[in-house]
Design a protein around this ligand. Structure first.
Ligand code: ARG
Length: 305
């Protein structure tokens, strides 16, 4: 069951497919590999099977070009998973589409009582300009789920899910990004991309256009050095950016994607979380480390589906 496409729900169902060939799970098998516990069978006496729903994600946009600080304006369909999250009519944070019903964002975007109220949010997908969003209908939010262990002081576990009231219709400009499978195998300095409508300079205002920029990952050990963030980086965070600064996420980019292209597929490896200033020397951007939250994410989508 190779899964290059992320699954987004599972269900125990009664089999009425008329199938004559099944895979049986041998629970007593000592093997740790799931596929080695499966045996072929012509019958399924329990009539109870598992069905998976998969989502085709991380597709390469047709046009690959190369504010965010030090970035360039994005083109239509370049980052089709990027959404703008409007709180009471204004852009507050970014987010990423992971299934037709679920948006991944940062916990600090939704962490107060006021911000946790689903009715205050509207999600805009497939639109590059903020001024065009006010004329369009956003998608209302049904549920806001910040990580229960989010710490507003340390910004640890800065991840949240938004469940949409109606599913997104995918097209060239609206598509999901892939969630990272364990063992994705990133390079220590893996080239990654950030995108968002955040400020294009420190203390600047929200950008009218969607901007994006390429930033390399920085190893946690290095990011925790005295010169950088001196032990503020936990295993639930990852750093990306340049030691000389100049290119970075900034206010308003929070919750938005940090993605990387691996094996021809785009993977969501982080959501924009924090940083000292924007694009300063020795102050790279800090992102929640999506990989470590995979169990929490799958569970939330399962129990809230
Ligand atoms: N916390 C900010 C927000 O709410 C994002 C900050 C990212 N800063 C940075 N220098 N990378 O939008």
């Amino acid at each position: 069951m190779g899964y290059r496409n992320s699954f987004y729900s599972t269900q125990g169902v009664v089999d009425d497919s008329g199938a004559t060939s099944f895979m049986k799970l041998n629970r007593s098998s000592s093997s740790t590999n799931f596929y080695k516990k499966l045996t072929l069978s012509d019958a399924c006496s329990s009539r109870s099977v598992v069905s998976l729903r998969c989502v085709e994600c991380g597709a390469h946009p047709t046009a690959t070009h190369n504010r965010i600080v030090g970035g360039t304006a994005a083109t239509q369909g370049q980052w089709p998973w990027q959404v703008s999250l409007h709180f009471q009519g204004v852009h507050l944070c970014g987010g990423s589409i992971i299934t037709p019903r679920w948006i991944l964002t940062a916990a600090h975007c939704v962490a107060t009582i006021h911000l946790r109220n689903a009715q205050n949010w509207m999600v805009f997908a497939g639109i590059l300009r903020q001024s065009l969003m006010i004329h369009k209908e956003g998608i209302p939010v049904e549920k806001v789920i910040p990580h229960p262990s989010y710490n507003s002081k340390t910004k640890n576990n800065d991840i949240a899910l938004l469940k949409l009231q109606t599913p997104l219709a995918f097209n060239d400009s609206v598509k999901p990004v892939c969630l990272p499978n364990p063992g994705l195998g990133l390079d220590p300095n893996q080239q990654s991309w950030i995108s968002g409508w955040g400020a294009t300079y420190f203390r600047g205002k929200t950008s009218e256009e969607l901007n994006s920029a390429s930033v390399p990952l920085i190893e946690n050990s290095r990011c925790n050095s005295k010169l950088l963030y001196h032990n503020l980086i936990t295993p639930e965070m990852i750093c990306a950016g340049f030691l000389q600064g100049r290119v970075d996420a900034c206010q308003g980019d929070s919750g938005g994607p940090l993605v990387t292209d691996k094996n021809g597929i785009w993977w969501l490896i982080g959501d924009t979380s924090w940083g000292y200033g924007c694009a300063d020397t020795f102050r790279p951007g800090v992102y929640a480390n999506v990989t470590v939250f995979m169990d929490w994410l799958s569970r939330q989508m399962r129990v809230n589906s």
